[in-house]
Design a protein. Structure first.
Length: 197
């Protein structure tokens, strides 16, 4: 069955301060590429760190950017004031559900606990068949290499089925990443984990 064409991409990314320029530039470039391709960017609504950089890259190139933020983080110090639309939700769980509902695809940028949480939730949902949306990692400066090595170790130790590794599309170039995500098809035998034949 053909998948829905990608029109909206939900971004997971770090919002920390004092990040290296290579990360900020990579996030900005992804936002610019999304805008130039006519894709809507959905993200956590922040103005700091990679969150702010990816949003600015899209906005400065005429893109549509939707922020989804929970009430406790909707402060002048954290929330991006220049977005196409901002949705304010009561709590983190509702926010994450809304970001997922809006997504045709997900891309994780470098980040910390929150980014890992969002990424692994999307992967887990794909693993058990709750969605078939492509999941990408923009591997800026090879940030995700240790994580990929951990996943390969988990597969070798049989905690993760080999076909589940194919749920992740990882590239350093945003153009190549998006091309591969547009061509994504879910791996075969994905239901094996649930059905246990």
């Amino acid at each position: 069955m053909p998948l829905k064409p990608i029109q909206t991409v939900t971004i997971f990314s770090g919002s920390a301060d004092h990040l290296r320029q290579v990360y900020l530039q990579g996030a900005w470039e992804l936002g610019a590429v999304l805008a130039r391709r006519g894709l809507t960017l959905v993200f956590g609504g922040g103005k700091t760190g990679l969150m702010g950089a990816v949003a600015d890259g899209a906005l400065e190139n005429g893109g549509q950017v939707v922020g989804v933020i929970n009430e406790s983080l909707n402060t002048p110090a954290l929330a991006h004031a220049g977005l196409s639309r901002m949705e304010i939700l009561p709590d983190l769980h509702t926010r994450k559900a809304r970001m997922s509902a809006l997504a045709d695809a997900y891309i994780a940028l470098p980040g910390g606990y929150g980014t890992f949480d969002e990424l692994f939730e999307a992967l887990t949902w794909a693993q058990i068949g709750l969605h078939q949306k492509p999941i990408g990692l923009l591997n800026i400066d090879r940030y995700f290499n240790p994580l990929l090595a951990l996943l390969d170790h988990a597969i070798a130790e049989r905690f993760i089925y080999p076909e589940h590794r194919q749920l992740i599309i990882c590239e350093e170039d945003p153009h190549i990443l998006l091309e591969k995500m547009q061509a994504y098809r879910p791996p075969e035998n994905l239901s094996r984990w649930v059905e246990r034949p």
